[in-house]
Design a protein around this ligand. Sequence first.
Ligand code: BGC
Length: 398
Amino acid sequence: MVRFPEGFFWGAATSAHQVEGNSHNDWSRWEEQNARRLAGQAEREFGRLASWPDIRVQAQDPANYISGRACEHFERFREDFDIAKELGHNAHRFSIEWSRIEPEEGKFDENAIEHYRQVVAALRERGIEPFVTLWHWALPQWLAQEGGVLNGKFPGYFARYAEKMVTSLSGVEFWLTLNETNVYTAHGYWKGIWPPGERSICCFLLANHRLSRAHKAAYAVIKKYVPSAHIGVAHNIIWFSRSRMKDYVWNCLFLNSIRGFQDFVGVNYYHSDRDTAVKTDMGWSVDPEGLFRVLISLKKYGKPLYVLENGIADSRDEKRAVFIRDHVRSIARAIAAGADVRGYFHWSLLDNFEWDKGFWPRFGLVEVDYKTLQRSIRPSAREYARIIENSGLDGEVG
Ligand code: BGC
């Protein structure tokens, strides 16, 4: 039997723009402008992937690329947290939608703040620890129009927003300032395939620099009000089996730039660079060994580690249960080898809006019928619940 330490956090993660619905931010604007193009190029992309006919049809429909009402989690969060509780989760990671809080520069919407107070309260009532992400990629439109993260004022704006939230959400101990700065800047500023569509190495470097400064400013603000807070970022980590250079640039550069300004390292792990036999619906390699390797390599930061995202697009729910079991086993091995891992958050609690891929990738422990918005718990979610209930897995660490 593999047992996890007492107090280990088990849960799932979501992000506001992907589940709440009815967002008005730079992403919702971009969707309107790009839905047709994305639908048009879907067939070409699917040529590379073994995908299901229903997925192909969905991917060629422009409506797939508009987040719209998404899962209506904004209205249904209590129902969704009831499910998380039923599944035994004792922690939940969600993000605050900045564009709701500060729809105009410097003007904060008290109703939106009250909404997130209720979200935190609903989690607490169910015995679920909130892990709050301040920024999961979407920007208020006024800020996007002012140049987004490239704006020299960005760190100051972000710190002001962080201050507003930390002083409004009392009792939150776990704060994630930024989600996956590497994925965001690579897509938006290097490859130019996400908003704001820049393709410039200078912009890419500047964006990373500003985000690093924004994190540090927010870290200082949160610590000022809640000295006991645990603050970090959620960083996308890939296991590069062959390239130390890629490992350094993708995995370490940003984390090194915020050294001294994080109380833990947050790891979002999905895949490695190896060509494995098992693939997700999106064609990503499934490689649990990589999670073990990255957790071991992150020991060098000398901080607790949290796996803040790990999941699989698997519309048939055929691979998810094994995926979870194998990745949890990798965490157990890493703990046995001295990595201080304190939590696992599956991506995601619900099927949701997968950015430029839209709704067809199915990442949820809970299936969402987008016509009726009905929720159905997938069998793999029950398997995960059993792992949580036993606080571990059958068998040896391996
Ligand atoms: C992001 C999520 C996304 C997930 C699956 C992560 O990179 O933080 O927003 O849905 O991966 O692609």
